[in-house]
Design a binder for this molecule. Sequence first.
Ligand code: 26V
Length: 832
Amino acid sequence: MNKPESASGVGADHIELLQTPPLEMDADALLQDFTHYFGRTLGRRTIRKNLPFIYQALAFSVRDRLMERWNKTNMARERSDSRRVCYLSLEFLMGRLLRNALLSLDIEDSAAEALNRLGLSLEDAYDREHDAGLGNGGLGRLAACFLDSCATLRLPVTGYGIRYRYGMFHQRIENGYQIEEPDPWLREGFPWEIERIELAQRVHFGGHSESYVDLDGHPRHRWVNTHDVLAVPYDIPIPGYQNDIVNTLRLWSASATDEFDLEEFNAGEYTDAVAAKNAAENITMVLYPNAATVGGQELRLRQQYFLVSASLQDMLRDWRFRHGENYEGLADKLCVQLNDTHPALAVPELMRLLLDTANMDWDEAWSVTRQTMAYTNHTLLPEALEVWPVSLFEKLLPRILEIVYEINARFISEISDRWPGDNERLRRMSLISSDAEPNVRMAYLSIIGSFSVNGVAALHSQLLQQGLFRDFAEMWPEKFNNKTNGVTQRRWLRACNPALARLITHKIGDAWITDLNQLEQLAPLAEQQDFQQQWRGVRAENKLRLAKFVKSRTGIDLDPAMIYDVQVKRIHEYKRQFLNLLHVVHLYDRIQRGEGDAITPRAVLIGGKAAPGYVMAKDIIKAINNVARVINADKRMKGHLQLIFIPDYNVSAMELICPAADLSEQISTAGKEASGTGNMKFMMNGAVTIGTLDGANVEIREAVGEDNFFLFGLTVDQIAMQRSHYDPQQIIAADDDFASVVKLLKSGHFNRFEPGIFDNVLLAMLNPHDPWMTAADFRGFVDAQQRASDAYSDSKRWTAMSIRNSAASGRFSTDRTMQNYNDDIWHLQAFD
Ligand code: 26V
């Protein structure tokens, strides 16, 4: 029998390759390789007309250098047979990879020089790369930052995801409305991936489940008459920072199985056969944009099962390679971290593989499964908790449904033993809801099937245990824990803010790049005049750079003398972009009344995408754009106020935006934002936060001190207490400024020829049942904005606040987050 191949595919005969001398890292060597790829591989001759190929030729040259280290990392892992983590996520929002690779290999200067010799600029090459936008927002970008930190910490962590043909849609703004356009990000080729067809897996759908008795007389199940889809992996290298480690992100692409086609072909149905091929390949066609509520989209469930089944089969193949067919010790060597409930089917799928293909008995399989899975929750909004109709499971995943039923039956009997007669509790905790159309509750499946459940900020984890998951926290208190989010400083400071990175390194050395707590050393310099001046100089440069970008995207001239007041994130009611807009209208109102000179000049920048089906979020975008058009055209506002909607907000846009922001808007209704991570990117780069006590804002404020944070708004407890007698109309009537703002918005001043377009958003705010209680926080917000304005007009004071924010951001590195996951959940040994 053939020895099964290992996960990395590095078998026994790779020695020769690794014995060849490593590639040189200087400009000469890079230039030579570049020329080779440009001319011989890509077949281009003239450089001027071929910018995309300049990027590609450079990327190939860099990839070769990664590849050597990648092979070595895979070999080291195989030799040591170490425990490892697989991070399962429907989203990895990687952004661009070239610059990250150059910095990780410490060859950015060599690359710049190599291109310079040809009269080319490295910056131009960077700009040709399309973002890998395989995620919606915070949850997907978090996964990308995690991978960066794990490689840098030398932790054996593999990301598993989906290679969507179309990533997050592009946003165009037309007459103030959002228009969605597809994102064919692979069209010009993606030089970072390696197809691994030899590691393809087969994933079942449909058919039915059959029971039989095996040769030993044991009752068994098999899933038959299935429609199978092939999962083909594409590997992307994840370099650690200057440590020669390269981990793997494995993305699966769906393709039709050959037999599937053949059957139909033999029946003379050639066109049907090709159509069937399409149906299979549709599974990985497009990333789902998240909506206000989760809906039962069949294709989305297919995506989830496709990822989970292919990935787990891949992990078990790796296990067999080392340990053979006995899976008892699996949980000692493998931990599967579930990024939200999206890959929750990993629980019943691992059960299926252990029961049906490895012939384990239930108790053994269940014990292995529960000791392998760990689950991270990313939302407190009940409407965002995933459920799937039982009927859909029955049709698509009949064998998986059986297993879910069995898990539930055993779980229910556990509850009855512990709380006899408590039927209300049984109903509340059941995996299957008692709705008219019964649903499978994916969060409960994740909790029951895992040994660890964590939230993503201290407040969020605490609220989960008191609220949504209260019954489960009572049953298994030891499972619940917190892991506050972070961001990687390699991308979100070192790469995106080179001028500030240089200044910081000049002052305190470069250890902060892998140990962000080093930034504390900046705190004593906060008041120092020279340093302040340099700090302001860098920030001024960054503001000019952003102004250029805004000009190119919108045609508007941003005034860099103004305070840049920035809110960029997905558009959602709970994030309260509309509250931000109310403040802008209030400033407009004051300036109109002649108070312009009393107001600190301000440019308000708002960016973000709305889910295509989320009508209210789209109305908010339209409202922002209408108000912006009136303000920016009004001569009286000149030098006082600007409002700009930045179209198509994404990772690369944030890389220009966060180094230039003065004020970071983190203004969600308390108790709704699980953590936030944009807040951390801004802080790291020296923006000061105006925010509510929500998510990680609480910890940000604690770290930087209350004097360096503009706090406003009701707390979680106050929100709960005031909800029952909340009366927005009365709040507005009692506040002249607020009444005037609402009057302006109702008057048609900002929508002269578009009557009624603000009705939706206004009515929502005026509703006593407004879940986001926007009106309640208007006054507090406006006052906090005034305090921010006052602070900004004292440039020394502001600069000190800015420096202190950056200095206190050490805790918000994903290096710390990953260390916490590893200490408490994963227990991995770092590569030596
Ligand atoms: C939900 C859905 C549902 C329908 C289909 C597509 C889709 C895609 C994503 C989601 C997830 C929403 C949850 C989420 O993004 N949470 C965010 O996670 C961040 C990282 O932990 C955190 O900083 C944010 O506060 C939290 O909102």
